[in-house]
Design a protein around this ligand. Structure first.
Ligand SMILES: *[C@@H]1O[C@H](CO)[C@@H](O)[C@H](O)[C@H]1NC(C)=O
Ligand SMILES: *[C@@H]1O[C@H](CO)[C@@H](O)[C@H](O)[C@H]1NC(C)=O
Length: 820
């Protein structure tokens, strides 16, 4: 998984400090050389020295500023392209993936809306942002078209909340929308249970809101105005029974407060709650309950107020339904309010349209999948679409030329996210996989997302891999992980998506992208070059090998996947080499379509996919597999350090340290797993390659990579299979089944089964079996646990890691559709 999103414990903090130390050392070295130069210059005369120093200073200043300046090419997205004028249909959306239900616009400082809820019983918690620790049985979008409609079910201990929205175009500011929230008891839940729903509207540094009260306590409406929305009105309707009839007895409270920012909204509401209220329906029992009271400020918050929040709390007995309408002041002639039966009809119309389009796009019914599996696939796609976010802020960048991390200019990003609970922000390595799926649903949407990512490129040609933009995103990341290091790469998976989009991409679009794609390629080609021609090496491996069984390679995205035991400049990383081959091929094709010089990329692609050269550099005869090469020991282990207590003190806890039992030497790395498969995964291996048979055999071997749940990441007979890297660092890419790589494997097998060659039938057979295993297990785990997961156990098939994970695990939809 993308590098720094690993478990972020004390371990991680220590790693970060280790990296900082390494950078300090590198700076010292450069300083030393500078001093020598100065001494030589002194001999030539003071005047020259001064000029030289000035020049060097200027050179350093220029290089340093490039590291934190945007790329000079015209932006891939023309200015205003995502605003309400140019793209009104996508202006409003559920672009707040980190909350259970909320909407905002694609503007830098959007007014936001959202839902919180609280079950009025002992021990129940206020729900707002998606948290794994909430322990919800399941939640997620079951239907979502990525644009104008969505339906989500949230199962929270006896309470089923259904959240629906539908948009209606009109006017100049992205149109109107309506929400319907239906609350019902389920399982052990009781009809008489008391529940509070909190609907809020909040500003983010601009715009104005005005509350409209009814009977002194019911916030019936909010009117407001903002830069990009103009005038608007949000109306909170009175609750009804879930059939839509009969206004129910309810209690109303409201809050009018200022928050230091959107990231503190939950705290503002929580700190305003009081239990002094009594629910007293005329015909039922009385019950004490909790409601928002006066807001008295956040404890210890010295930050200036930034967000005006108006919140409407309605407390009622189950079942019930509440509707909310947003009406843009710029809509001149409205056909009537979008609520009640009109809303029911609109929701039904959109649902039917979604289902039709889903079948037209993926054909799962035609392929004979039963209804429950089709609903599973719809949910996987929908939660990826419903997980799209619009982020704005300034990333923090650390370059080797700066003493301290430097804020990069303000950036906006429209992107899918790996996980709404655990990783609700953009990750470069994931995004290419996300767009393989989204490009099938809506190619225009995908093109826009790619352009957004490419517009984050620095003048050096680098794209930061984890995008932590804005206060809300930052609130989810420990401070030591916020900084992005400008020497660290990440797999350029956007080329995968681009490969798929290239054929139908309009030329003007491609022309805007092209200078950035070229710079991106050059950045990798220049900064991640390996020791020999046509070899590559991930920079930024852990500098402190003694602390790890195998120093991690976060840049590769495969984190703890075993590499050479002793990091050195002599390493050759097979996966990066294959990514570069893919990138060169896509660039060559793009250049050809545009009439730009394609020759250098074609040549690079040919050299990188030359099977003889590939074998020479990466085929390990003794392993019968492709492999990394480096300074490697095949016998390392962790052991408890012997500790001696200082006189009069208890002994410190013994640490686990690495023991190297065999001297490292330059050789192939004895790890058979995903990295070994890359020449097949990216289809660089020719169908008539004499190595293809051995690669297929390793895949199908149950003692090696094959499991009933998909291909495991590391062979069971590899020395580091399922080994912890440190005491606090359990195995991650050392055995588990990951869906992104399995998708590439299926895609490749499908390709080999389609071309003449001696292994054609074998490939076809493996393809069929692997596809069935993956689909069966992902579906079974979803049915049992309620979620798609980050990765899956290779021994039981159980989901593991973060959830819901409808990032690349949602590629199961394409597996079902056999769409590669
Ligand atoms: C990549 O780098 C190599 C080595 O520096 C260089 O010879 C080659 O021209 C570069 N390729 C491209 C396409 O820029
Ligand atoms: C391999 O690593 C060991 C231990 O760090 C070092 O002493 C040795 O010089 C390295 N060998 C090469 C060829 O880099």
């Amino acid at each position: 998984m993308a590098a720094e999103r690993r478990r972020r414990g004390a371990e991680g903090a220590r790693e970060a400090r280790g990296r900082a130390r390494e950078r300090g050392a590198a700076r010292g070295e450069r300083g030393g050389r500078g001093a020598l130069g100065l001494a030589a210059a002194l001999a030539l005369g003071l005047c020259l020295a001064a000029a030289g120093a000035l020049l060097a200073q200027w050179g350093r200043w220029r290089a340093a500023s490039r590291a934190v300046s945007p790329h000079p090419a015209a932006p891939a997205l023309p200015p205003g392209a995502t605003g309400p004028g140019a793209a009104p249909r996508r202006f409003w959306g559920s672009y707040r993936p980190h909350v259970y239900f909320g909407m905002k616009t694609r503007s830098p400082r959007s007014v936001v809306t959202g839902l919180m809820w609280l079950q009025q019983r002992e021990g129940a918690e206020l729900r707002h942002t998606c948290e794994q620790s909430d322990g919800l049985a399941r939640y997620g979008w079951l239907l979502h078209d990525g644009e104008s409609f969505g339906l989500q079910d949230i199962h929270d201990r006896g309470l089923l909340l259904r959240t629906e929205f539908v948009k209606r175009p009109g006017g100049l500011h992205g149109g109107d929308w309506s929400w319907r929230v239906t609350a019902r008891p389920e399982g052990a839940g009781s009809r008489a249970a008391l529940v509070s729903l909190f609907f809020y509207v909040a500003t983010d540094g601009q715009g104005a809101l005005q509350p409209h009260l009814e009977d002194g306590t019911r916030l019936a409406a909010v009117t407001g105005t903002s830069e990009e929305l103009g005038d608007f009105r949000i109306t909170f309707l009175r609750p009804t029974a879930d059939s839509g009839e009969d206004v129910q007895y309810s209690s109303y409270h409201y809050l009018d407060a200022w928050s230091p920012g959107l990231h503190r909204l939950t705290d503002v509401v929580r700190s305003s709650l009081s239990n002094r209220f009594v629910f007293a329906p005329p015909d039922g029992p009385r019950q004490r309950f909790v409601a928002v009271d006066a807001f008295r400020g956040l404890p210890g918050a010295a930050e200036a107020p930034r967000s005006h929040v108006l919140l409407h709390q309605v407390t009622l007995r189950l079942p019930a339904r509440v509707e909310v309408t947003f009406e843009s002041g710029s809509v001149r002639e409205r056909r009537g309010a979008l609520l009640g039966p009109a809303l029911t009809a609109e929701l039904a119309r959109h649902q039917a349209a979604f289902e039709r389009r889903f079948e037209e796009t993926f054909g799962l019914e035609r392929k004979g999948f039963p209804a429950p599996q089709r609903r599973f696939a719809q949910a996987a796609l929908s939660n990826m679409l419903g997980g799209m976010g619009y982020f704005h802020g300034r990333p923090l960048v650390q370059s080797p030329l700066h003493e301290q991390p430097v804020p990069y200019p303000e950036s906006s990003l429209f992107t899918a996210v790996p996980s709404r609970s655990f990783f609700p922000r953009g990750f470069l390595w994931d995004e290419g996989f996300h767009q393989l799926l989204l490009a099938r649903w809506d190619p225009e949407l995908s093109r826009e997302v790619l352009a957004h990512w490419l517009d984050l490129m620095t003048a050096e040609g680098w794209i930061p891999r984890e995008q932590i933009l804005g206060d809300e995103a930052r609130a989810k990341v420990p401070p030591e992980f916020v900084v992005q290091h400008s020497e660290t790469a990440n797999p350029p998976t956007l080329f995968l998506a681009l490969q798929r989009l290239l054929g139908a991409a309009p030329l003007p679009y491609l022309r805007r992208l092209f200078p950035r794609l070229r710079s991106w390629y050059e950045w990798y080609n220049g900064t991640q070059a390996g020791p020999l021609p046509h070899t590559f090496r991930w920079r930024g491996r852990d500098p402190d090998p003694e602390r790890f069984l195998n120093p991690k390679t976060l840049a590769s995205g495969l984190d703890d996947y075993p590499r050479a035991s002793h990091p050195s400049a002599d390493e050759r990383h097979l996966d990066l080499r294959c990514w570069m081959a893919l990138a060169a091929g896509v660039l060559a094709e793009a250049a050809e379509r545009l009439g730009e010089p394609a020759e250098p990329y074609r040549r690079a692609q040919e050299a990188l996919s030359d099977n003889a050269l590939l074998e020479q550099l990466h085929w390990a005869e003794e392993l019968s597999a492709f492999a990394d090469f480096g300074n490697h020991s095949r016998a390392v282990g962790l052991r408890r350090e012997a500790v001696r207590a200082a006189p009069g003190r208890p002994p410190p806890a013994p640490r686990l340290v690495r023991e190297v039992r065999e001297a490292p030497r330059p050789r192939f790395v004895d790890a058979l797993g995903y990295v070994s498969l890359f020449p097949l995964l990216l289809q660089l291996l020719r169908p008539d390659s004499p190595r293809l048979g051995a690669v297929l055999a390793a895949m199908r071997d149950e003692r090696r990579l094959w499991t009933p749940f998909g291909l495991r990441s590391l062979s069971r007979d590899s020395p580091l299979y399922m080994q912890r890297n440190t005491e606090h660092d359990p195995p991650y890419w050392r055995g588990s089944v990951w869906i992104n790589i399995n998708y590439l494997a299926l895609r490749a097998l499908h390709g080999y089964a389609d071309q003449p060659g001696p292994h054609r039938e074998r490939a076809a057979q493996l393809y069929g079996e692997l596809r069935r295993n993956l689909i069966d297990n992902l579906y079974r785990q979803y049915a049992e646990s309620g979620y798609l997961w980050e990765h899956y156990s290779d021994s039981t098939g159980r989901g593991q890691g973060s959830h819901p994970f409808t990032g690349w695990s949602a590629l199961v939809v394409l597996m079902m559709a056999e769409d590669y």
